[in-house]
Design a protein around this ligand. Structure first.
Ligand code: NAD
Length: 416
């Protein structure tokens, strides 16, 4: 609860700071400080034992000025309105940084999916979808996967929406399975974008990623796929973790072997050929590149000064608190902020949405080439601002994003 409140305060603090630096119009600043639309729903479902339980769900649309809203749906016990508001605002900035024509949204249900059976999870998803139907749709707001949601959950959302309107609507969600209109390359898109950002940073900073030691926190969609991609490229991953803890082997880990164990036992900590460590130990390991790819508020004022990595790529949303960010900046750590580093996911979601609207599907090569192009351009734009204005990459990315949203707001004018 506390951390969720913090994240909302953090994103507001960042907005206020950047608003001052770019002399943002006070009226537009006031608009951007609030989500445009907030929906809280109660989600009653019948459990397998016949009892009824009621869950709380949210969908927040932060801004729709540059296009329909876009953002993931998260299933987690700690989901709160403040967390969802913060993540929706970050989505607005992320879409603007990479220049995809969306505004930011986020959704979530406060629940523990580990304690729900597959049939309960399906009923929960379908009921939540029908509660938020008035505000979602291909032209309005397009959900996607986030923590503890996956292509199966997206299929149930797409099916529920389609059943309600009477025909198939693939464009209502992204991150769907391929056979119902998903995009090739979507599953690995976020991880691929993180990898491109790391390689772009390596070029600018003049270090060799193939001689570097990587540490990844989180072994889910983003963390695991990033580990696979880096390993295939020939990079050395010395530690990974999940919610149960981490594993460390300075000689390097084979993520495919770790994944086999994780599939069988439910956690990476059961992998034999490595030492067990805690998530806290993992963050402060001696390494070159640190990738937080789990949840928010992991790098804080308490551990930031002990971090040894010289590059941090924020694959997770909001993994670094603003106090920690200042400490890292003073130490000279190069941080690729979340709204740039993990924007590959929303970029390929955009491709999936376009393909869904046209019922015309692209090759994986085409998707990956376009993704690389967009990520490289976005990195270059942010880096140039960082150098020119002598600010961190985070501040530069926010400046670029907020200016783009503000320009769109100005040119559209205020209705009525
Ligand atoms: P996921 O549910 O697939 O995986 C999350 C991983 O983090 C799991 O391994 C889990 O065990 C671990 N984890 C959870 N809580 C933890 C904790 N307190 N300490 C350490 N590990 C913990 O989720 P994901 O889709 O991989 O998302 C990870 C992060 O990336 C989130 O912040 C999400 O918002 C962000 N993100 C995801 C996407 C995407 O396309 N999936 C896109 C952009 C950003």
């Amino acid at each position: 609860m506390q951390s969720a409140n913090n994240l909302w305060q953090e994103v507001l603090r960042y907005l206020d700071e950047v608003a001052e630096s770019i002399h943002l119009n006070p009226g537009i600043h006031a608009i951007l400080r609030e989500p445009k639309r907030t929906l809280i729903v109660s989600v009653p479902i019948r459990m397998d034992d016949g009892t009824i339980r009621v869950f709380k769900g949210f969908r927040v649309q932060h801004n729709l000025t540059r296009g329909p809203a876009k953002g993931g749906i998260r299933y987690h016990p700690d989901v709160t309105l403040d967390e969802v508001k913060a993540l929706a605002m970050l989505m607005t900035w992320k879409c603007a940084v990479v220049g995809v024509p969306f505004g930011g949204a986020k959704g979530g249900i406060a629940c523990d999916p580990e304690k729900l059976s597959p049939t309960e999870l399906e009923r929960l998803t379908r009921r939540y979808t029908s509660e938020i139907i008035p505000i979602i749709g291909p032209e309005k707001d397009i959900p996607a996967p986030d923590i503890n949601t996956n292509p199966q959950v997206m299929s149930w959302i797409m099916d529920t929406f389609s059943m309600n309107v009477g025909y198939s609507v693939p464009g209502v969600v992204t991150g769907k399975p391929l056979n119902i209109g998903g995009s090739l390359g979507r599953l690995q898109a976020t991880a691929k974008g993180v990898m491109f950002s790391i390689f772009n940073a390596a070029k600018k900073l003049g270090f060799d990623p193939f001689e570097s030691r990587f540490v990844i926190q989180g072994f889910g969609n983003v963390g695991k796929n990033l580990a696979f991609l880096l390993f295939r490229e020939g990079c050395r991953i010395i530690a990974v973790s999940d919610i149960k803890g981490g594993i460390y082997n300075p000689r390097g880990l084979d993520p495919f072997k770790v994944s086999e164990v994780e599939k069988k036992t439910g956690s990476v900590v059961d992998f034999r050929d490595a030492d067990r460590i805690t998530n806290q130990e993992l963050l402060t390991l001696d390494c070159d590149v640190l990738v937080p790819a789990a949840v928010e508020n992991q790098i804080t004022k308490d551990n930031a000064s002990s971090i040894k990595a010289s590059l941090i790529a924020e694959a997770a949303n909001g993994p670094t608190t603003s106090e920690a960010d200042k400490i890292l900046e003073d130490k000279g750590v190069f941080v690729i902020p979340d709204i740039l580093a993990n924007a590959g996911g929303v970029t390929v979601s955009y491709f999936e949405w376009v393909q869904g609207l046209q019922f015309y599907f692209w090759s994986e090569r085409e998707v990956n080439l376009k993704l690389r192009d967009i990520m490289e351009k976005a990195f270059e734009n942010v880096y140039r601002i960082a150098i020119k204005r002598k600010v961190s990459m985070r501040k530069a990315a926010l400046m670029l994003a907020i200016e783009r949203v503000a320009d769109a707001t100005k040119v559209r004018g205020l209705y009525p």
